[in-house]
Write a protein that binds this ligand. Structure first.
Ligand code: FAD
Length: 318
């Protein structure tokens, strides 16, 4: 079922959902199942599965030379979506990226999703590769998420690349896109970023999931500003509980966001990561309760592969 249908059927009740990251290749998928299983009691209508950018690896050759290869360390997004649907009878949302894919390759991914009965896809540009200072699309690939949304919308109309086939059966993907309550790091201004978000919605996106934020006022202001420029699709807040000391520096650096001083001080007082994990849980509970009271359609948690803290939060909030 489409994410938008789940929201409609919930009749104003806030739903619980979460995002998982595929395991590194070479690892067992069982660990992923073991982290998903405890969260199923909160009846997530859908689970998101991320797609990782490819990266450069360097292989030592005879004579000390290094050979550079490109590889994707966490493949398997669509396969994991299919296996979760099968195992847990839940809808899944694969993340589809512009970065690293030609439009042709994207079409194949979408055809696979269609055949598997996946009803939703999250359309994202992806970040720059680790050793690139800015995002470079693949030759013949989509540059911005709005281009990818256009490609998916065309497919929904039965229009494939090159226009060489006559289709009799259309895909009907519900398309999600990313939104940034604290502005995307590359955007020159909040308003410019919102206009880009509107382009994605105008191209066919039916819901937005936000980047993590730690101050609900930022989310409320973002939703208000989005409405003002005519974005009328559901905006699902993304919540990430702080889990380790390192998050204090990594999250602002990687996601270009602010952490409230009360949260920073609470983390700084902790003696170890067990205490920090607890502070993260308590902060996320407080955030979640306020968001539920404000009537948000879904609370979407970034689980980062470990579900114990998400379970603690969900047990209190849902
Ligand atoms: P876009 O919407 O294309 O925007 C990127 C930047 O370009 C913005 O600054 C925007 O303002 C600007 N822009 C947009 N259109 C134009 C235009 N026509 N001309 C000039 N500027 C323009 N990354 C992954 O690699 N894998 C994932 O699975 C993943 N999942 C995510 C899930 C969520 C909910 C979120 C919020 C992010 C996720 N990301 C993921 C990260 C995301 O890929 C990055 O934040 C990326 O830098 C931007 O992606 P986007 O889809 O928002 O890009």
């Amino acid at each position: 079922m489409k994410v938008t249908e789940h929201i409609k059927n919930a009749k104003g009740k806030t739903l619980f959902s979460f995002e998982i990251v595929p395991p590194q290749k070479g690892q067992n998928i069982q660990k992923l199942y073991d982290n998903v299983a405890p969260l199923m009691e909160f009846k997530p209508p859908f689970i998101d599965v991320t797609t990782s950018r490819e990266e450069h690896v360097y292989i030592k050759k005879d004579g000390g030379l290094l050979e550079r290869k490109v590889t994707r360390m966490r493949p398997g997004t669509v396969g994991i979506c299919a296996s979760l649907m099968h195992k847990f009878k839940v809808d899944t949302v694969p993340h589809v990226l512009c970065g690293g894919f030609t439009k042709e390759e994207t079409e194949y991914v979408l055809v696979d999703c269609h055949y598997l009965g996946i009803d939703n896809v999250m359309a994202l540009r992806g970040d720059a590769m680790k050793d690139e200072s800015y995002f470079i699309p693949k030759n013949e690939g989509n540059h911005y998420a709005s281009d990818l949304v256009k490609q998916i919308s065309e497919l929904n109309k039965g229009i494939y690349l090159h226009d060489i086939i006559e289709s009799t059966y259309k895909a009907d993907f519900c398309i999600g896109v990313a939104g940034y309550p604290e502005k995307h790091m590359e955007s020159p201004s909040m308003q410019a970023d919102l206009r880009r978000l509107k382009q994605k919605v105008d191209a066919g996106a039916e819901y937005v999931v936000t980047q993590m934020f730690f101050d609900n006022q930022k989310y409320f202001a973002f939703v208000e500003a989005a409405k003002e420029i005519g974005i009328n699709v559901p905006i699902i807040p993304g919540i990430k509980p702080i889990a380790v000391q390192r998050h204090l520096s990594v999250l602002p650096q990687v996601f270009s966001l602010d952490l409230p001083d009360a949260l920073v001080s609470a983390v700084e007082k902790c003696k170890n990561n067990v205490e920090i994990r607890q502070v993260g849980v308590e902060w996320a509970i407080q955030q979640s309760k306020e968001l539920v009271a404000a009537g948000v359609p879904v609370l979407h948690y970034y689980s980062m592969g470990k579900s114990d803290n998400i379970k603690k939060i969900a047990s209190t909030v849902f």
